[in-house]
Design a protein around this ligand. Structure first.
Ligand code: GTP
Ligand code: MG
Length: 361
């Protein structure tokens, strides 16, 4: 699962990428800046921290997700913005993290001459819609040619589906919010449409505007509402400062600002949720670990993320929900209280389950 970080030039994408993935990719006007940066984020999870306190294991391993940061979307003379390399990378992602600039800076002037988040977001949306529309048109043309030979049933269905997509896109609406049947969805997935991907919109605010973030977020959030869109904000320069502090000092700093969690944590959690991912845990004296599965995964699939042998030789899973474990205080207490269950192959794993897989290979 990979999330693409995208936005107009100099909006703070790479700065945010560095914060999310603890990387140090070149930012700003540095010559020789890379067009694409790849990195991995740890998914913050207070539940794993708590399990680690209880067990004091040799190792604690969080869940992770991948981000890819691509160079700014630029409208080159006479040509549309999303091109070549950037587009290829974005198409391959499972979600988009759009960085929209809301900070002003004399050192780094906005390329368009003024700061206007809604205008920038509209421009980006336009690029995404156009990119999808081009794919639809091209495919429809090919289908028309293919159908001259014989009208195959699948082709007719695909044609109708794409014509519906074209209508949506031409009305300036993303494909994300359209209801498609599962079989249609399967066909659409092959096209990797940008406007069908879940979306996190992150407004990058100036330090002085953090206190009145609502005034910025409001208009932008109103633009695309829906279950697959999350709008949030951050101030990249403040996040940078927070990231350089010890955990204790960071907490005090956040309290001073009246903020509950660092924006980077919020953004990673939001991405994780939009990707339809949940975490389960394994625990013990050697390692406490959070693992990632898609929502709806059954126990053997979850076992398979730990090791293929565990899926192949799956017998059963011992399951206790995180809350029940913490309330009981120990596995023995869980057994006594009957909150430790034994589940079979059909069991659908829930977020926060603590699993112990029994297997035989
Ligand atoms: N004042 C201020 N400067 C910022 C903020 N976020 C980023 N910058 C600065 O803006 C410049 C551009 O940041 P980058 O993270 O490189 O932006 P980008 O979107 O990756 O740029 P491209 O990859 O060239 O499109 C850098 O000099 C950053 O230090 C912010 O919140 N406030
Ligand atoms: Mg960059």
């Amino acid at each position: 699962m990979e999330t693409g970080i995208v936005g107009l030039p100099l909006s703070g994408k790479t700065t945010l990428f560095n914060l999310l993935t603890r990387s140090s990719a070149e930012t700003g006007f540095t010559p020789g800046k890379k067009a694409v940066n790849l990195g991995i984020s740890r998914v913050p999870d207070p539940r794993l921290d708590r399990l680690s306190e209880i067990w004091n294991p040799k190792k604690t391993t969080p869940a992770t997700i991948r981000y890819v940061d691509v160079a700014g979307v630029e409208r080159a003379a006479g040509r549309e913005g999303l091109s070549g390399e950037a587009l290829t990378h974005l198409k391959n992602t499972d979600a988009l993290l759009v960085v929209v600039r809301a900070f002003d800076s004399d050192e780094v002037p906005h390329p368009a001459g003024s700061v206007d988040p809604l205008r920038d977001l509209q421009e980006l949306d336009g690029e995404f819609l156009l990119s999808d529309l081009i794919i639809v048109e091209n495919r429809l043309e090919r289908i028309a040619r293919q159908m001259k030979g014989k009208a195959d049933r699948d082709l007719v269905l695909e044609k109708e589906l794409l014509e519906r997509c074209r209508e949506v896109l031409e009305a300036d609406r993303p494909l994300r919010d359209e209801a498609f049947r599962p079989d249609e969805d399967k066909v659409l997935r092959g096209f990797q449409f940008l406007t069908r991907k879940p979306l996190v919109i992150a407004l990058n605010l100036g330090e002085d505007d953090l206190a009145r973030a609502g005034a910025f977020v409001g208009p932008v959030a109103g633009r695309w509402d829906g279950p697959s869109v999350v709008t949030t904000h951050l101030c990249a320069t403040i996040e940078q400062e927070i990231s350089e502090l010890s955990a204790e000092d960071a907490r005090a700093f956040l309290d001073d600002l009246g903020i509950e969690t660092a924006a980077t944590d919020r953004i990673i959690r939001a991405t994780y949720g939009l990707l339809g991912l949940i975490s389960f845990f394994t625990m013990g004296e050697d390692e406490c670990r959070a693992w990632t599965v898609r929502k709806g995964a059954r126990a053997p699939e979850a076992a398979g993320t730990i090791h293929t042998d565990l899926e192949r030789g799956f017998i059963r899973a011992e399951v206790v929900p995180y809350d029940a474990f913490v309330a009981a205080g120990s596995l023995a207490a869980c057994r006594d209280q009957g909150v430790l269950r034994v589940e079979g192959k059909e069991y659908e794993v829930r977020d926060g389950d603590i699993l112990n897989i029994r297997f035989n290979v």
